[in-house]
Ligand binder design. Structure first.
Ligand code: ADP
Ligand code: MG
Length: 450
């Protein structure tokens, strides 16, 4: 069966796609109308699942003549299964699993071993937050209490916060370091109310030497959690214990936050982390690559750093994808070979719809009127689809509004175009490159006119 499937797939897919993603997979079993396909690693699994599952199911059903379910798994020898979490770099060494000791009490959240000071790259964007975190780690409960870390998603708040925990544990292995997300705190609270065990809840949190509470912005509007946290906070603070909070915005911008909590949160030090500059981003990639034993040409580091600006998690994710792709495909590590997997998120510069139209019209040698019109000439409708896709990426306009920009087209037409281009882009290096250049030009044009 599998060889038949392969044959059909080979006809349906482009050669690089087939060679890279399909040939490396194998069929494992067919039972109860469920075909299990085995891939060499989590990356390949995710990829097949995301882009080719429909094609594969279609082909298998065609051959068998009835409906089947297709499951994609990862080969056993490769014990990595957490590719979704970029922290767990891939490829990673296989760690022997240690049996967990029996334990009735909920396990405290463990600190991520990678979130230590030595792995944090300090740039101008994070100098102050880093210095404050270090000061707190050295002498908790003294100067900056609470330490309130704030900054956008993926900029290192959790990393810094946990680094404080690691540092304390190294200095003083018996100190009680509690790391919780606000959500966990809330869930724990609700469970304790249900089980009538508020007493032990309070004893637990108030026994911390250092309490690290992540994503505290989620406390907004949760009256009961705010109430309880207020008392936890006060008890710890009065006892000279350190509290560290992380949030995506400063206390006074958290809506529906009790006044008294807002003022408590602001009484220590509020340290913010900004998006890193290009050099810092390159240094972060370099460091990550060293730790993961990856060798990367400078142009690749530059390319990734240049394109992923506002979220270090995405920056790292891009690096991991690049390395995984290269190791599976056997291609050489170059920017050109990487374009299919590194479609950088377009930065929204709030482009004007006209900027998109003009740039695309110019590139494809058609007129703006053509784009807005109804001509079905191939070159024109191709350029129109591309401009719809780019307008979707570069503006906040809704699909119907984009339709209006194109002379009153239906929103389903817009959706269809956006989808089509997005799919083609995944597999077409040239198109990906063209789109990237167009994006750059649209950004430029919009910056000049704003
Ligand atoms: P946040 O909590 O702000 O959303 P995280 O702390 O989870 O962000 O960071 C996201 C990822 O980026 C993590 O893998 C983290 O190790 C990494 N990271 C963030 N900032 C830095 C930095 N300055 N140096 C090295 N790695 C960083
Ligand atoms: Mg975080």
């Amino acid at each position: 069966l599998w060889s038949q499937v392969l044959e059909r797939l080979q006809e349906k897919l482009t050669r690089p796609t087939f060679e890279t993603w399909i040939k490396t997979a194998s069929a494992q079993q067919l039972e109860n109308n469920c075909l299990v396909i085995c891939t060499p690693n989590p990356f390949a699994r995710n990829w097949l699942q995301k882009y080719y599952i429909k094609t594969i199911v279609g082909v298998v059903e065609e051959i068998l003549g009835h409906s089947v379910e297709v499951q994609i798994t990862v080969a056993k020898e490769n014990g990595v299964s957490a590719f979704n979490e970029p922290e767990v770099g891939w490829p990673a060494p296989i760690e022997p699993s240690t049996p967990e000791p029996p334990n009735n009490r909920p396990k405290p959240t463990e600190l991520n071993p990678k979130y230590v000071f030595s792995r944090f790259v300090v740039g101008a964007n994070s100098r102050m937050a880093h210095a404050a975190a270090l000061a707190v780690a050295e002498s908790p409960g003294r100067e900056f209490n609470p330490l309130f870390l704030c900054g956008g998603v993926g900029l290192g708040k959790t990393h810094l916060m946990q680094a404080i925990g690691h540092y304390r544990l190294e200095m003083c292995p018996n100190s009680r370091i509690f790391y919780v997300s606000t959500e966990q705190f809330t869930n724990d609270l609700i469970a304790s109310i249900r089980k009538d065990s508020m007493q032990s809840f309070r004893e637990h949190y108030r026994a911390a030497d250092v309490l690290l509470v992540d994503d505290i912005q989620f406390i907004e509007g949760k009256e009961y959690t705010q109430e309880e946290f207020f008392h936890t906070f006060n008890t710890l603070h009065e006892a000279g214990k350190q509290v560290v909070l992380a949030s995506d915005r400063p206390p006074n911008q958290i809506p529906r936050l009790q006044e008294r909590l807002c003022s408590r949160f602001s009484m220590g030090l509020i340290a913010d982390i900004q998006p890193p500059d290009l050099e810092t981003r390159m240094a972060i990639l370099q460091k990550k690559a060293e730790y993961e034993n990856m060798r990367l040409p400078r142009e690749v580091i530059e390319y990734i750093a240049y394109n992923y600006k506002s979220n270090i998690r995405e920056l790292e994710g891009a690096l991991i994808r690049a390395v995984a792709y290269i190791s599976i495909s056997g291609l050489s590590m170059s920017v050109e070979n990487l374009t299919p997997v590194l479609n950088p998120p377009v930065e929204k510069v709030e482009a004007f719809p006209d900027a998109v139209l003009m740039v695309v019209a110019d590139e494809f040698d058609v007129s703006v009127e053509d784009l807005k019109g109804n001509s079905r000439r191939r070159e024109i409708s191709w350029a129109r689809q591309i401009s719809m896709y780019l307008m979707r990426q570069h503006t906040d306009l809704s699909l119907p509004r984009i339709g209006e920009e194109f002379g009153g087209k239906d929103h389903t037409t817009v959706l269809y175009s956006c989808d089509k281009i997005a799919q083609l882009r995944e597999n077409d290096t040239n198109l990906a490159q063209t789109l990237r250049q167009l994006s750059d030009r649209i950004n430029l044009a919009s910056r000049h006119s704003s």
